[in-house]
Design a protein around this ligand. Structure first.
Ligand code: ADP
Length: 341
C-alpha cells in the first residue's frame, strides 16, 4: 500500500494532478478573498455615523448603536470566514478528485501514443535484425571457407542483394506508415484507373503464380487520391495473389456497401481467415497462420494496416468477409465522387 502510494506520488499523474489542483485552489482562494473583502466592506458601511431617533421619539447616540452593530458585524464576519473555510475544504476534496480525472484524461492519449511509438521502434528493430542476421551468417560462412569458387561467391552476393532489397522494401513500407499526415489530393477518380494501376504492379506476380485475375469492376467514380487508393488496392490484390493456390482466380468487383460510397472488392478462393484472427490481421506486424503456412509469401504484417490507414484518411474503410477454407473478400470502401467525371 505504502509502496503503491509512493509510486503514485512519483508518477506523472500526481504531478499533473497537483498542478490542476493548485490552479483550482488559487482560483477558489482568490474568489473567497474577494467575497470576504466585499462582504466586510458592505457590513462596515452599516455602522451609523450619527445617532438616530426611534419610533417613540427617543434619541439613541451613535456610539451605543455602533457598539451593538460592531458586535453583530464581527460575528457576521466570523461566520463568513468559517463558511469560506469549509467551502475551500470542500473545494480541496472535490478539486483533488476532479484534478485526478482531468490528469488521467490528459495523460491517457499521450501515454497510449508513447507506448505505440515504443512498440513500433522495438518491432522495427526486431524486423530489421532478421535480414541483417541472415546477411551476417551468409558472409561469415563464406569467409571461413579456404577457397570460394566464383559460382558460390556469386550465390553469396545474390543472397546479400536479396536481403538488401528486403531491407529496402521494409524501410519504404515503414516510411509510408509514418508519413500518414501527407495531405491527400482527392479528385473524382474512375475505379477502372485505380484497378489498372494496381494490375500493372500485380499482374506479373499473378502470372508467376498461375493465378487469373477477373476484373468485373464497373465504370464508377470515387473521390480519391489516385496514387494512395491504388496503393491500398495493390496491397489487397497482392495478398489475394500471395495467399491463393496456383490455378485459382481472384475476382475484382464493384459493390455499393453504403450510400454515398463505392467499394472495390477483391475476392479469392484461398485459405480464408479464422474469426479470431480477422481483427488481428489489421494490427501492425501481425502475420497470420496463412502467412506462416504459405512458404515464400513475402511481407512484414504491415500491408493491411497501411491499406486501412489510406482508406480511413479518405473517410472510408477496408472491410473483410472470410470463410476459413473457402476464401476471403477484402473491400476497399471509398466515398463516391462528388461530381462525375
Ligand atoms: P503480410 O501479408 O505482409 O503478412 P498483411 O498486413 O498484408 O501482412 O496481412 C496480415 C495477415 O493477414 C497476413 O499475414 C495473412 O495471414 C492474412 N491475410 C491477408 N490477406 C489474406 C488473404 N487474402 N487470404 C488469407 N489470409 C490473408
Amino acid at each position: 500500500m505504502i509502496e503503491q502510494l509512493s509510486q503514485f506520488w512519483r508518477s506523472q499523474t500526481s504531478r499533473l494532478m497537483l498542478v490542476y489542483l493548485a490552479i483550482i485552489m488559487v482560483m477558489s482562494l482568490s474568489y473567497s478573498i474577494v467575497i470576504y473583502a466585499t462582504s466586510a466592506h458592505q457590513l462596515d458601511r452599516q455602522l451609523p455615523r450619527s445617532g438616530f431617533i426611534d419610533e417613540q421619539g427617543e434619541f439613541t447616540p451613535a456610539e451605543r448603536v455602533g457598539a451593538y452593530l460592531r458586535l453583530q458585524i464581527a460575528e457576521g464576519k466570523q461566520a463568513l470566514i468559517v463558511r469560506l473555510y469549509v467551502l475551500n475544504l470542500v473545494m480541496l476534496v472535490f478539486g483533488a478528485a476532479f484534478s485526478f480525472v482531468l490528469a488521467r484524461w490528459t495523460l491517457d492519449p499521450i501515454e497510449r501514443n508513447v507506448e505505440a511509438q515504443t512498440r513500433f521502434v522495438s518491432d522495427v528493430s526486431h524486423e530489421l535484425r532478421t535480414p541483417l542476421t541472415a546477411m551476417q551468417a551468409t558472409n561469415e560462412v563464406a569467409l571461413r571457407r579456404k577457397k570460394l569458387p566464383l559460382k558460390d561467391a556469386r550465390a553469396v552476393i545474390q543472397s546479400n542483394l536479396d536481403d538488401v532489397q528486403r531491407l529496402q522494401r521494409m524501410t519504404t513500407t515503414m516510411l509510408e506508415l509514418v508519413a500518414d499526415d501527407r495531405p491527400l489530393a482527392t479528385a473524382p477518380t474512375n475505379l477502372h484507373d485505380i484497378v489498372a494501376g494496381s494490375l500493372t504492379d500485380i499482374a506479373p506476380r499473378a502470372l508467376e503464380r498461375d493465378i487469373a485475375i477477373d476484373d468485373q469492376t464497373k465504370n464508377e467514380c470515387v473521390q480519391a487520391d489516385s496514387a494512395s487508393a491504388t496503393q491500398a488496392l495493390t496491397i489487397l490484390l497482392d495478398n489475394a495473389v500471395k495467399y491463393s493456390d496456383p490455378g485459382s482466380t481472384v475476382t475484382l468487383a464493384t459493390e455499393r456497401l453504403r450510400r454515398g460510397t463505392w467499394a472495390i472488392s477483391v475476392s479469392d478462393t484461398g485459405p480464408g481467415i479464422d474469426k479470431d484472427e480477422q481483427k488481428l490481421i489489421f494490427t501492425r506486424f501481425y502475420r497470420g497462420d496463412t502467412a506462416r503456412t504459405h512458404t515464400g509469401s513475402h511481407g512484414y504484417g504491415l500491408g493491411l494496416e497501411i491499406a486501412q490507414m489510406i482508406a480511413r484518411r479518405h473517410g472510408g474503410s477496408v472491410e473483410l468477409e472470410s470463410t476459413p477454407g473457402q476464401g476471403s473478400t477484402f473491400s476497399l470502401v471509398l466515398p463516391a465522387a462528388k461530381r462525375q467525371k
